[in-house]
Ligand binder design. Structure first.
Ligand SMILES: [Ca+2]
Length: 323
């Protein structure tokens, strides 16, 4: 079965890998890509999409430019994570998309959803600003899409004494996130940092990519090296979580999510960090306050890493299937 997919991305390093993974899947028809600020500034996000689509062998996929900052407050650009250009500062030959649409990302999302009701899977890999802007135009946007898969959020509350990784996509635009998690949706899947933090690539993974020597694996290895250098300060070793690649994979393969929880998601701000959480404790009990009863979101909690990682590696090596 063909899967029609639109990706909204702030095209940093793990976003690039997610796009390479998707374009390597024979069943995926990538209809378009929308750009948002986040891992880098918006113009770099657009340029990085053009560059990655070129490497992936899909240079003619349409691209729409979106928001350059959150609905409220200032953008925080993650240069220290993804390099100044968003792709680890290793490419000198980045280029604009061959097909850059005149309409905005939000307009494109509304038009595509209305023209293809129930047919398109939407994958979001950055702050949710473009989706929130589209919801202002079309409040039923997420019921017109076949599904929305969100890289972002933190799952249910953790066990006492444990904490989750930084939830950048939610922290960057909590107002937009609140709108997206409150909207009616056909199927809404949260692939949060609670899940992505458990799936890592390491130096051996990068070495296997380098040794394969294909256009996509060489590119993936070069940008992943930068990412591993950032995360060494978090873990003391050169590894990185597969945030966006895992979200792309779970959109296509929900069976690689061996456990999940389902319930309303609210935005929490403890004064230190902002997150999107399923309003449940780690043991599934209700939280200790009155919640906003938003419609259900499925949140991934346990991943079949043994199924996902080899498929991810294979896709980054093989690249797009030749017709
Ligand atoms: Ca991203």
């Amino acid at each position: 079965m063909t899967r029609k997919v639109i990706v909204d991305t702030d095209t940093g390093i793990d976003d690039a890998l997610a796009l390479l993974f998707l374009t390597a899947q024979p069943e995926v028809h990538l209809l378009g890509v929308t750009a948002v600020y986040g891992n880098c500034v918006i113009d770099d996000a657009v340029r990085n999409i053009g560059t990655v689509l070129g490497v992936a062998g899909h240079p003619l996929v349409p691209v729409a430019k979106g928001a350059d900052g959150p609905l409220e407050a200032e953008a925080h650009i993650a240069h220290y994570v993804h390099g100044h250009d968003g792709l680890g500062d290793v490419r000198l030959d980045r280029h604009e998309p061959a097909v850059l649409l005149a309409e905005s990302a939000a307009e494109y999302l509304v038009d595509m959803a209305r023209a293809n009701p129930g047919e398109i899977d939407l994958l979001t890999l950055g702050p949710l600003t473009n989706i929130a802007l589209a919801l202002r135009v079309e409040p039923d946007l997420l019921t017109l899409f076949r599904s929305i898969t969100i890289m972002g959020g933190s799952g249910p509350f953790p066990e006492v004494g444990r904490s989750d990784m930084f939830d950048a996509n939610i922290q960057n635009d909590p107002v937009a996130a609140a709108a997206v998690f409150a909207a009616p949706a056909t199927r809404r899947l949260m692939v949060g940092v609670n899940a992505t933090a458990t799936v890592i690539t390491d130096e051996a993974f990068v070495e296997t990519l380098s040794e394969a020597g294909t256009p996509t694996s060489d590119f993936a290895a070069s940008i992943l090296a930068f990412y591993l250098d950032f995360y060494k300060l978090a873990f003391g070793r050169r590894v990185s979580p597969v945030h966006d690649g895992l979200a792309a994979a779970l959109m296509l393969h929900p069976e690689w999510m061996t456990q999940s929880v389902t319930g309303p998601v609210n935005i929490t701000d403890d004064g230190f960090t902002v997150r999107a959480r399923v309003m449940q404790t780690a043991s599934g009990a209700p939280v200790a306050w009155e919640i906003d009863p938003t419609p259900d979101t499925i949140a991934a909690t346990v991943i079949d890493t043994d199924a996902f990682l080899p498929a991810f590696l294979d896709a980054l090596i093989s690249g797009a299937p030749t017709a």
